[in-house]
Design a protein around this ligand. Structure first.
Ligand code: KG4
Ligand code: ZN
Length: 343
């Protein structure tokens, strides 16, 4: 079964072809970061308009790379939410139109389910059940995953997401948008122990997070110290270490609380090398295996959507859903509302 994945939830147009027998055949991405950079963040209307420009050429390119035509595609998977409503509508309407025109099924996929299942695109892949640490620009959650559509929220941020905290702190340090990767690069030149930042909620006794206070603490440091390049690097390093310490601690608590021994890290912040290093080191001492998506599948991409669509279709066995007769998008959508695919 060949599934065409369409991701347009935010500022990346991602298209991919996943075959249930042969795996990922091809994938292409267009990032709008350069366009939004001048504004210091994503401008929703510009994002929607750019998705309109990019999606069809990207689909043609992805088919061409895989040596396929549209008539080889058995199903469409598009991101239905959560995300920017206008941006989501572009992918959903194109997905539904292709489904209707080609008389093949279309599935609306939860963006976070895509992230959550993305480590299964790599080998070795984890088996169900596992704990997932979802750390993206919009979410920070610990989930217990028992299967496709079987997600149980164990803890989440009560304010800013980890990626959002990276982006806002990067802005305070004068780094561009989006700042996560830039801050991580700057932190490499700094000393994490020159400044002491709080580890918010690390001893809260639950699996929730809070990151908004950290950026205020960073702002206080910036206002107090000479903004030399070394100081900026030291602040970046202290900030990164504080976020990583909390993410590692809570992930290990979720593992011991559940008794599970596999941890999956997904979402853009999962690309952070310090987080990967510390998680893997700490996990190894506790007999836990950590699984990461390939770096290119940490941030938004079409492959994770095509893959999630394929997993859902496979779980439906022989019963093929009908072609789209309409479409909907959900700007806000709780992952726990998802259901196990059933025939
Ligand atoms: O998953 P994603 O592409 O988009 C959402 O669904 O939100 O994640 C984007 C987030 C941004 O906040 C970005 O700054 C952050 O991931 N990010 C990083 C790194 N690379 C991307 N944060 C920390 N370290 C990185 N290396
Ligand atoms: Zn994402």
């Amino acid at each position: 079964m060949l599934v065409l994945g369409i991701e347009t939830s935010c500022d990346e147009s991602g298209i991919a072809l996943f075959d249930t027998q042969r795996g990922l055949l091809s994938h292409h991405l267009f990032s709008q970061i350069d366009m939004h950079r001048d504004y210091g963040g994503v401008v929703p209307e510009l994002a929607s308009r750019d998705h309109i420009r990019r999606v069809l050429p990207l689909i043609c390119q992805t088919l061409h790379t895989a040596g396929c035509t549209m008539h080889d595609v058995d199903a469409i998977a598009y991101t239905e939410g959560p995300g920017l409503a206008g941006a989501l509508l572009v992918g959903a309407s194109i997905g539904a139109a292709l489904s209707f025109g080609l008389n093949i099924p279309a599935l609306g996929i939860h963006h976070l389910e895509g992230h959550l299942l993305s480590p299964l695109l790599s080998t070795p892949a984890p088996d169900f059940p596992f704990i997932a640490l979802l750390v993206s620009g919009g979410h920070t959650q610990l989930m217990r995953v028992d299967g496709v559509g079987q997600y149980q929220l164990m803890g989440e941020t009560v304010d800013d997401a980890a990626g959002e905290a990276f982006d806002k702190t990067a802005k305070l340090l004068g780094l561009g948008y989006p700042g996560g990767a830039a801050l991580a690069n700057l932190a490499q030149h700094g000393h994490s122990n020159r400044f002491k930042l709080p580890r918010p909620m690390i001893h809260s006794g639950d699996l929730n997070f809070s990151f908004s206070g950290l950026k205020t603490a960073v702002l206080t440091l910036i206002n107090k110290h000479e903004p030399s390049s070394q100081t900026r690097a030291d602040i970046a390093s202290a900030f990164q270490q504080a976020v990583v310490d909390v993410l590692v601690e809570k992930s290990l608590s979720a593992l011991s609380e559940s008794g599970l021994t596999q941890l999956v890290v997904a979402g853009g912040v999962g690309a952070n090398q310090l987080l990967r290093h510390e998680l893997s080191t700490r996990a190894a001492t506790q007999g836990v295996r950590v699984f990461y998506p390939e770096l290119e599948f940490c941030t938004d991409n079409g492959a994770m959507i095509a893959f999630a669509g394929a997993m859902r279709l496979q779980a439906l066995n022989t019963q093929t859903p009908p072609p789209a007769s309409g479409f909907t998008v959900k700007a806000r959508w709780n992952l726990e509302e998802l259901e196990k695919p059933s025939t």
